[in-house]
Design a binder for this molecule. Structure first.
Ligand code: SAH
Ligand code: SF4
Length: 358
C-alpha cells in the first residue's frame, strides 16, 4: 500500500483538528515530489513529526538503486517495498515531453519466453497507489532534471496490466484527476488478455492500447507467448476488432523482432494480414537479449526490410528507438534485482528458446 491509495477525504480524516487548508497543502505536496512526510518543510515541525508516524501516509517504495544511460536522459529505478516486492520504473527524458514506463505487477505470471520479467515469475499485484507513486517519483525527478513535463505514461514495465486491470485503471483515473495526465496520454501494453481488452472497450477512460503480438500464427505464438494457448489469435483479433469499433481508437501491435524466428518475409505477410483490416499501427523492436533467451534481435538491415515489407502491404510501422540498453532498462529487460532474490524469485524459463525456423 502507498499513501496514494488514500482518498482526499481519508487524508482529511487523518488531519482532523488541523486547519482545513492543511489538507490541500499536504495533498499538493504529496503530488509534487516523492518525499517522506518528515521532509515536507511547509508543515510545522510538530505536525510533520506526528504525521511521519502515520502508516497510511508512508511511501510504498524505497529507491534501492538508480541507473542512468543516454547521458542521463534515461533513468531506471529499482524500487523496493517493505514486503520485499521489487519493481522497476524507467524515466525517459526528452526536451519537450517526458515519458515514464511503469510497472503494474512485481514480476509477471505470463511466462513469455523472451522476456526478463517473464523469466522471473510472479510476485504480486501492485495497488493503484503503488502505480501512482511511480508516476509521482518520475514527475518530480523530471522537474528536477529540467526535462519537459511528464506527459506520457506507458505500462510497459514489469507485469501484465490487464491481469491487474482494476488497480491499473484506478491508477489511470487518479493520475488523470490528481496529476492532470489524460487517459489519452496513457498506453496500456497487453500480451493479449482478452477479457481485459473487452473491458477496455466499455471503459469511459480512453487509454491507448498496444497489443504485444510477436507472432501472427498460433503455432509460433503458442511458443513465444504461452497465454496464446488460452486466448488464441482468432479470439484476440476479435477482441481487438470490437475494441476498435467501440472506441474508434487505433490499436498498435508490438513486435519484438527475433532473428530467424519472426522476422522472415512470411512473418511480415502474416502480420500485415492481421494489422491491415484493423488499421493497426506496428511498433517494431529488435529483441533485447535476456539471460533466459539467448537469441539475437534482428539486425538493422533486417528490421528495415521487415518494415518495408509491411509498408508494401499498406501497414504503417515504426522502429522503436531503444533507450537505456546499457542499464537493462529497455523493453523486456526489467527483472528487478534478479540477482538478489526477493518476492518474484528467479526461476528457470519455462519455455526454452525455440530453434530458429527454417
Ligand atoms: N506485459 C505487457 C507489458 C510489459 S512488456 C506486455 O507484454 O505487453 C513491454 C513490451 O516489451 C511488450 O511489448 C513485450 O512484449 C516487450 N518485450 C518483452 N521482452 C522483450 C525483449 N527481450 N526484447 C524486446 N521487447 C520485449
Ligand atoms: Fe509478462 Fe509482458 Fe513479459 Fe510477457 S512480455 S512475461 S506479459 S511482462
Amino acid at each position: 500500500m502507498s499513501r496514494f491509495d488514500l482518498s482526499r477525504d481519508e487524508l482529511a480524516a487523518l488531519l482532523e483538528g488541523e486547519p482545513s487548508y492543511r489538507v490541500e497543502q499536504l495533498w499538493r505536496a504529496f503530488h509534487l515530489e516523492h518525499l517522506d512526510v518528515s521532509e515536507v518543510t511547509t508543515l510545522p515541525r510538530p505536525l510533520r513529526q506526528r504525521l511521519a508516524l502515520e502508516p497510511a501516509l508512508a511511501l510504498a517504495w524505497r529507491v534501492a538503486r538508480e541507473s542512468t544511460s543516454d547521458g542521463g536522459a534515461t533513468r531506471k529505478w529499482l524500487l523496493e517495498a517493505d514486503d520485499g516486492a521489487r519493481v522497476e520504473t524507467v524515466l525517459m527524458g526528452y526536451r519537450r515531453r517526458t515519458t515514464v514506463c511503469v510497472s503494474s505487477q512485481a514480476g509477471c505470471a505470463m511466462g513469455c519466453s523472451f522476456c526478463a520479467t517473464g523469466q522471473l515469475g510472479f510476485g504480486r499485484h501492485l495497488s493503484s497507489g503503488e502505480i501512482v507513486e511511480q508516476v509521482v517519483l518520475a514527475a518530480g525527478e523530471a522537474a528536477r532534471a529540467g526535462f519537459g513535463r511528464l506527459g506520457n505514461i506507458v505500462f510497459m514495465g514489469m507485469g501484465e496490466p490487464l491481469a491487474n486491470a482494476a488497480n491499473v485503471l484506478g491508477a489511470v483515473a487518479r493520475v488523470n484527476r490528481d496529476l492532470g495526465i489524460g487517459a489519452r496520454s496513457v498506453t496500456l501494453s497487453t500480451v493479449g488478455v482478452v477479457p481485459g481488452i473487452e473491458r477496455l472497450a466499455t471503459e469511459p477512460l480512453q487509454v491507448n492500447l498496444a497489443v504485444s503480438l510477436h507472432a501472427a500464427n498460433d503455432e509460433l505464438r503458442d511458443r513465444l507467448v504461452p497465454i496464446n494457448r488460452r486466448y488464441p489469435l482468432g479470439r484476440l483479433m476479435e477482441a481487438c476488432r470490437r475494441y476498435r469499433e467501440a472506441t474508434r481508437r487505433r490499436i498498435s501491435f508490438e513486435w519484438a523482432l527475433i532473428a530467424g524466428v519472426n522476422d522472415r518475409p512470411v512473418d511480415a505477410a502474416e502480420l500485415a494480414a492481421l494489422a491491415r483490416p484493423l488499421g493497426a499501427h506496428v511498433n517494431l523492436i529488435p529483441l533485447n537479449p535476456t539471460p533466459g533467451y539467448p537469441v539475437a534481435g534482428t539486425d538493422a538491415a533486417g528490421v528495415a526490410a521487415f518494415r518495408d515489407a509491411l509498408s508494401e502491404r499498406g501497414v504503417n510501422a515504426t522502429v522503436r528507438h531503444t533507450r537505456g540498453r546499457e542499464v537493462d532498462a529497455a523493453c523486456g529487460q526489467l527483472a528487478a534485482g534478479m540477482e538478489v532474490g526477493g518476492l518474484g524469485r528467479r526461476r528457470p524459463a519455462r519455455v526454452a528458446a525455440p530453434a530458429p525456423l527454417a
